[in-house]
Write a protein that binds this ligand. Structure first.
Ligand code: NAX
Length: 344
């Protein structure tokens, strides 16, 4: 079956392209990396026909590089037919070379007693450097997805360093929040997860994010008609989604890893699949009341593999506008903290 130049297979645009796609991954030996790499190599991100070369980048520490060797040994032991090569390096110039996708997961975690401003600045240094190097050495069709927190602002910082690659190439992940919101709505309504559509995340990947239930539908009906408990939608629903990361740390003693890796798989796969509608943090362009210079979660439609348009025109009620103003303010404040790193 062919549609618009793509044969559709298992939801993937089946490409006849047998050139391996080069995927650079930072923080590759971390928790999320460990849950992610095997899925990429198995074809879950780029489809069952696209060969892959993994370019794994870790921090320049013996312990991290040793752990990375172990991960690469396990990848070898899986005998994935699509995996055509593994690069392991602590040199970003080597790791990002000719990369078609760069998945920026590695970041400095917030230490005990560390101020948010210091975290932003320390991570800023990492993403300034990575933004410059990706711009210099990655492939012409390079796409970047940022997961390392604070993801939206790290993404903005990396994009600010690019002269060759345009801002639309740089996206940050809010898909985990979308997936969490979808599940919570399905559970509340007592329906199958797949019945919930068009729930989008606006703003920052932080507890201020706004899962806009106003546009969401369940079995084709407005969520607000199906779930009559609107106080739940405005209160516990938003709180559960916004604080889910902290709840997982409290329960598991470690932050979300498998679900984050799954969300990144969804994020990239849907950005490679024309027609998909999903939440992605992108340069806001001033839409939905966001500052034009911040990267905010928004509904997007994938146009061609790797490219998208922001979906405009969803109606926002006063409650939604207030929530968006709060998450926008946080993004603007984060931008102000790193102003010296991005040249104002
Ligand atoms: P881990 O601490 O397990 O792994 C991070 C890895 O990054 C480590 O192996 C470290 O050596 C490496 N690293 C640090 N600086 C690096 C650099 N400059 N270059 C290359 N590698 C570097 O963290 P993990 O649980 O994997 O989480 C990674 C990041 O994802 C964190 O910032 C975390 O806050 C963020 N998250 C973002 C989510 C999102 O939805 N956007 C959800 C999950 C996750 O919390």
């Amino acid at each position: 079956m062919r549609r618009g130049g793509f044969a559709l297979s298992w939801g993937f645009p089946m490409s006849t392209n047998t050139t391996p796609i080069r995927v650079a991954v930072t923080g590759a030996a971390g928790q999320i990396g460990y849950a992610l790499l095997f899925r990429i190599a198995s074809g879950a991100m780029f489809g069952p026909d696209r060969p892959i070369i993994l370019q794994l980048i870790e921090a320049p520490f013996e312990k991290a590089m040793k752990a990375l060797e172990g991960v690469a040994m396990e990848l070898d032991d899986c005998a994935f037919p699509l995996l055509k090569g593994i690069v392991m390096t602590d040199q970003p110039e080597v790791g990002f070379k000719d990369a078609n996708w760069s998945l920026l997961i590695g970041a400095k975690p917030r230490g005990p007693g560390m101020e948010r401003a210091d975290l932003l600045k320390d991570n800023g240094k990492i993403f300034v450097g990575q933004g410059q190097i990706i711009d210099r050495v990655a492939a012409d069709d390079a796409r970047i997805a940022v997961v390392g927190n604070p993801a939206n602002t790290n993404c903005m910082i990396a994009a600010s360093q690019a002269k060759r690659l345009t801002p639309d190439r740089f996206t940050a992940m809010v898909r985990l929040d979308q997936n969490r919101a979808q599940t919570q709505l399905a559970k509340k309504a007592g329906v199958d997860l797949t019945a919930v559509k068009d729930i989008f995340i606006y703003g920052n990947h932080s507890p201020t994010m706004f899962p806009a239930f106003g546009s969401a539908t369940i079995e084709g009906k407005k969520v607000t008609d199906v779930i009559s408990d609107h106080e739940w939608l405005k209160g516990p629903f938003l709180e559960t989604v916004g604080k889910r990361g902290a709840a997982i740390i409290a329960a598991r003693g470690a932050s979300s890893a498998a679900s984050a890796a799954n969300a990144l798989t969804d994020h990239v796969r849907d950005l490679m699949t024309p027609g998909k509608i999903h939440s992605v943090a992108v340069k806001s362009e001033g839409l939905y009341g966001f500052d034009p210079k911040v990267w905010a979660g928004m509904p997007v439609r994938t146009t061609t593999p790797g490219s998208y348009e922001i979906i405009k025109g969803y109606e926002m009620c006063e409650f939604a506008k207030e929530k968006i103003a709060i998450t926008n303010k946080e993004l603007v404040d984060e931008r102000a903290f790193v102003a010296d790193q991005i040249g104002g």
